[in-house]
Design a protein around this ligand. Structure first.
Ligand SMILES: [Fe+2]
Length: 181
Protein backbone atom coordinates (compact mmCIF):
# COMPACT_ATOMS: atom_id res chain seq x y z
CA UNK A 1 0.00 0.00 0.00
CA UNK A 2 1.42 3.33 -1.05
CA UNK A 3 1.58 6.23 1.45
CA UNK A 4 -0.69 9.20 0.82
CA UNK A 5 1.09 12.19 -0.61
CA UNK A 6 -0.14 15.73 0.13
CA UNK A 7 0.58 18.76 -2.00
CA UNK A 8 -0.10 22.11 -0.35
CA UNK A 9 -0.10 24.10 -3.55
CA UNK A 10 0.28 27.81 -4.29
CA UNK A 11 0.83 29.68 -1.03
CA UNK A 12 -0.06 33.39 -0.91
CA UNK A 13 2.52 35.81 0.47
CA UNK A 14 1.43 38.42 3.02
CA UNK A 15 4.19 40.24 4.90
CA UNK A 16 4.26 42.45 7.96
CA UNK A 17 7.09 44.97 8.20
CA UNK A 18 7.75 47.65 10.80
CA UNK A 19 8.19 51.27 9.77
CA UNK A 20 10.11 53.74 11.95
CA UNK A 21 7.89 56.76 12.48
CA UNK A 22 9.50 59.78 10.89
CA UNK A 23 8.42 63.19 9.74
CA UNK A 24 5.20 64.75 10.87
CA UNK A 25 2.79 62.38 9.14
CA UNK A 26 0.63 61.50 12.15
CA UNK A 27 0.10 65.08 13.28
CA UNK A 28 -0.47 66.23 9.70
CA UNK A 29 -3.21 63.64 9.24
CA UNK A 30 -4.86 64.38 12.57
CA UNK A 31 -4.83 68.09 11.66
CA UNK A 32 -6.41 67.48 8.24
CA UNK A 33 -9.88 69.02 8.33
CA UNK A 34 -10.49 68.61 4.61
CA UNK A 35 -11.11 64.87 4.30
CA UNK A 36 -13.48 63.33 1.75
CA UNK A 37 -16.05 60.56 1.80
CA UNK A 38 -15.52 57.26 0.02
CA UNK A 39 -18.11 54.62 -0.77
CA UNK A 40 -16.24 51.73 0.79
CA UNK A 41 -15.54 53.50 4.08
CA UNK A 42 -18.18 53.32 6.79
CA UNK A 43 -17.74 55.66 9.75
CA UNK A 44 -14.61 57.22 8.40
CA UNK A 45 -13.08 59.57 5.84
CA UNK A 46 -10.35 59.48 3.21
CA UNK A 47 -7.66 61.99 2.25
CA UNK A 48 -8.41 63.97 -0.88
CA UNK A 49 -4.80 63.54 -1.96
CA UNK A 50 -3.73 60.31 -3.61
CA UNK A 51 -0.05 61.27 -3.54
CA UNK A 52 0.30 61.35 0.23
CA UNK A 53 3.64 59.53 0.49
CA UNK A 54 5.27 62.02 -1.88
CA UNK A 55 5.27 64.41 1.10
CA UNK A 56 7.09 61.95 3.37
CA UNK A 57 10.16 60.72 1.48
CA UNK A 58 11.76 58.94 4.46
CA UNK A 59 8.62 56.89 5.11
CA UNK A 60 8.13 56.30 1.41
CA UNK A 61 11.70 54.99 1.15
CA UNK A 62 11.16 52.55 4.04
CA UNK A 63 7.94 51.30 2.49
CA UNK A 64 9.57 50.93 -0.92
CA UNK A 65 12.42 48.94 0.65
CA UNK A 66 9.82 46.66 2.25
CA UNK A 67 8.05 46.24 -1.10
CA UNK A 68 11.38 45.35 -2.70
CA UNK A 69 11.90 42.67 -0.06
CA UNK A 70 8.39 41.32 -0.73
CA UNK A 71 8.77 41.17 -4.52
CA UNK A 72 12.24 39.65 -4.23
CA UNK A 73 10.86 36.84 -2.06
CA UNK A 74 8.16 36.22 -4.69
CA UNK A 75 10.66 36.33 -7.55
CA UNK A 76 8.72 39.19 -9.14
CA UNK A 77 9.89 42.18 -11.11
CA UNK A 78 10.17 45.33 -9.02
CA UNK A 79 7.07 47.41 -8.45
CA UNK A 80 6.90 51.01 -7.24
CA UNK A 81 4.35 52.99 -5.26
CA UNK A 82 1.90 54.53 -7.72
CA UNK A 83 -0.59 56.28 -5.45
CA UNK A 84 -1.12 56.58 -1.73
CA UNK A 85 -3.87 57.92 0.51
CA UNK A 86 -4.98 57.68 4.10
CA UNK A 87 -8.18 56.55 5.74
CA UNK A 88 -9.31 57.86 9.11
CA UNK A 89 -11.75 55.57 10.91
CA UNK A 90 -13.78 56.86 13.81
CA UNK A 91 -15.21 54.67 16.58
CA UNK A 92 -17.19 51.87 14.93
CA UNK A 93 -15.75 52.69 11.50
CA UNK A 94 -14.77 49.99 9.03
CA UNK A 95 -14.05 49.37 5.38
CA UNK A 96 -16.28 47.30 3.14
CA UNK A 97 -14.95 44.18 1.45
CA UNK A 98 -12.80 45.29 -1.47
CA UNK A 99 -9.63 44.64 -3.43
CA UNK A 100 -7.36 46.95 -5.43
CA UNK A 101 -7.88 46.40 -9.20
CA UNK A 102 -5.10 47.61 -11.45
CA UNK A 103 -2.45 47.30 -8.75
CA UNK A 104 0.09 44.52 -8.22
CA UNK A 105 1.02 44.74 -4.55
CA UNK A 106 -0.97 46.81 -2.07
CA UNK A 107 -0.24 47.77 1.48
CA UNK A 108 -1.56 49.34 4.64
CA UNK A 109 0.69 51.26 7.01
CA UNK A 110 -0.91 51.66 10.45
CA UNK A 111 0.28 55.07 11.56
CA UNK A 112 -2.12 55.73 14.44
CA UNK A 113 -4.20 53.20 16.38
CA UNK A 114 -5.01 54.56 19.89
CA UNK A 115 -5.16 50.90 20.98
CA UNK A 116 -2.43 48.28 21.39
CA UNK A 117 -3.50 46.47 18.26
CA UNK A 118 -5.85 46.35 15.30
CA UNK A 119 -6.41 43.88 12.49
CA UNK A 120 -7.04 43.25 8.81
CA UNK A 121 -9.29 40.44 7.59
CA UNK A 122 -8.02 38.90 4.36
CA UNK A 123 -10.41 36.71 2.40
CA UNK A 124 -9.40 33.26 1.20
CA UNK A 125 -8.91 33.59 -2.60
CA UNK A 126 -9.90 29.96 -3.15
CA UNK A 127 -13.62 29.47 -3.76
CA UNK A 128 -15.40 28.44 -0.57
CA UNK A 129 -16.48 24.83 -0.25
CA UNK A 130 -18.97 23.33 2.15
CA UNK A 131 -17.06 22.10 5.14
CA UNK A 132 -17.72 20.49 8.48
CA UNK A 133 -14.40 20.98 10.22
CA UNK A 134 -12.24 24.07 10.04
CA UNK A 135 -8.87 23.18 8.56
CA UNK A 136 -6.11 25.27 7.05
CA UNK A 137 -7.72 24.67 3.63
CA UNK A 138 -11.14 26.18 4.24
CA UNK A 139 -11.11 29.42 6.28
CA UNK A 140 -13.26 32.20 4.82
CA UNK A 141 -10.90 34.86 6.12
CA UNK A 142 -7.61 35.07 7.98
CA UNK A 143 -7.13 37.78 10.58
CA UNK A 144 -3.78 39.55 10.64
CA UNK A 145 -3.12 41.38 13.90
CA UNK A 146 -1.27 44.69 13.54
CA UNK A 147 0.26 47.20 15.90
CA UNK A 148 1.08 50.84 15.37
CA UNK A 149 3.82 51.36 12.75
CA UNK A 150 3.23 47.96 11.18
CA UNK A 151 3.09 47.75 7.41
CA UNK A 152 1.11 44.94 5.76
CA UNK A 153 1.92 43.96 2.17
CA UNK A 154 -0.39 41.68 0.19
CA UNK A 155 -1.41 40.87 -3.39
CA UNK A 156 -3.76 43.61 -4.59
CA UNK A 157 -6.24 41.04 -5.91
CA UNK A 158 -7.01 39.71 -2.41
CA UNK A 159 -10.30 40.91 -0.99
CA UNK A 160 -10.05 42.36 2.50
CA UNK A 161 -12.14 44.11 5.13
CA UNK A 162 -12.13 45.05 8.80
CA UNK A 163 -14.38 44.69 11.78
CA UNK A 164 -15.59 47.96 13.36
CA UNK A 165 -12.84 50.08 14.90
CA UNK A 166 -12.93 49.95 18.69
CA UNK A 167 -10.76 52.99 19.36
CA UNK A 168 -11.80 56.60 18.96
CA UNK A 169 -9.63 56.94 15.87
CA UNK A 170 -7.57 54.65 13.63
CA UNK A 171 -5.47 55.93 10.75
CA UNK A 172 -3.83 53.90 8.04
CA UNK A 173 -1.99 54.95 4.93
CA UNK A 174 -2.75 52.70 1.95
CA UNK A 175 -1.07 52.49 -1.42
CA UNK A 176 -1.05 50.73 -4.76
CA UNK A 177 1.87 49.82 -6.99
CA UNK A 178 2.80 49.56 -10.65
CA UNK A 179 5.57 47.75 -12.46
CA UNK A 180 8.59 49.95 -13.10
CA UNK A 181 8.20 51.54 -16.56
FE1 LIG B 1 -7.65 47.98 0.79
Amino acid sequence: MWPTETYDLFPTLVQKHNISPQESIVQDILDDNDLGDHGIILGGMRSKSHKVLENYPKIKEQIQNSINDYTKKLGMDNVVIANSWYNVYFQGGSVRRHNHPGSIVSGAYYVHLEMPQSHLLIENPNPPELWNNLTKYNPIVEEIIVQQNDLLLFPSRLYHTTDPNESSKRVCVSFNTNYVE
